[in-house]
Design a protein around this ligand. Sequence first.
Ligand SMILES: NC(=O)c1ccc[n+]([C@@H]2O[C@H](COP(=O)([O-])OP(=O)(O)OC[C@H]3O[C@@H](n4cnc5c(N)ncnc54)[C@H](OP(=O)(O)O)[C@@H]3O)[C@@H](O)[C@H]2O)c1
Length: 293
Amino acid sequence: MTPSSPRTAIVTGANNGIGFETTIGLAEAGLHVVMACRSPEKAAAAKADLIARVPGASLDIMVLDLGDLASVRAFADAFRARYDRLDILINNAGILLYSAQTNADGVELQFATNHLGHFLLTALLIDLIPDDAASRIVSLSSIAHKAAGIHFDDLTCGQDGGVAYGQSKLACLLFGDELDRRLRAAGKVKKSLSVHPGGSDSGLFKEMEDAQREALKKQVEQLLHSNADAARPTLFAALSDAVEGGDYYGPTGPEEMSGRVGVAIRNPICADHEVARRLWRLSEEMTGQTVSI
Ligand SMILES: NC(=O)c1ccc[n+]([C@@H]2O[C@H](COP(=O)([O-])OP(=O)(O)OC[C@H]3O[C@@H](n4cnc5c(N)ncnc54)[C@H](OP(=O)(O)O)[C@@H]3O)[C@@H](O)[C@H]2O)c1
């Protein structure tokens, strides 16, 4: 890229739901967006939709399966071959499972996809992110993190998919916070922030049986907002000048499910920095990658 090129962002899981809407917001703000998606076909269809919504959007598709560390490494190599800087990294992609599943390495699939894949991706690209106050790494957590813990002795959480989802989303927030502390300690001004989107009827619930999904939707329907509104905390964290590293944003309406973007409520575990440091060490061991800040 030349000095006059637009700033570049990566959005993981850009082809659907909140990632799709985040990509729209970044493209509208004039960024070049790399859509990091596991399915090239779904990404191509989403890119066509995006261009219809934002004519002139500057978009690139690159394949990334966050549940597979080799794919994350291949993505990082391919990105480095194509780009020499990255301004905004949105660690958005995620899965919610109701049954116990593991990846090819035998790691609980939600921890692997939602947390470890993004940990490795960030580690492999952080040196390309300029030390500039407008540079951002944004981690997506969830309201579900509030009732969760990190089950260091059993990352499968007793094979309970729902509990493991909360664990993975707590891991995303602990990672975002610990990355902020490490960036500050190193005197860097690039920012790590975390967000949660509240609740929206995205593809996240596709693993749930239809009847169960409909019943859940009926229960919480009044509280849900659109995927576009659910992307607002991410876009605020990525683009606003009025944020600080380590901030955690989400909707501030009833039960934090929708509403105006503001400061979100953390699980008190986040105040125990040793938990975050232990998770960081475990993530380095499991990915075989240290993070050079
Ligand atoms: N929607 C909500 O109510 C809600 C609430 C709290 C938190 N969140 C968080 O918001 C984020 C976005 O989720 P969403 O609601 O927009 O769900 P979504 O519509 O299902 O979108 C998730 C995106 O992640 C991608 N993805 C899944 N596994 C992947 C993998 N292994 N490698 C690469 N990409 C992968 C999906 O790709 P495919 O299309 O190929 O599956 C899709 O593009 C997630 O981190 C989720 O935990 C959502």
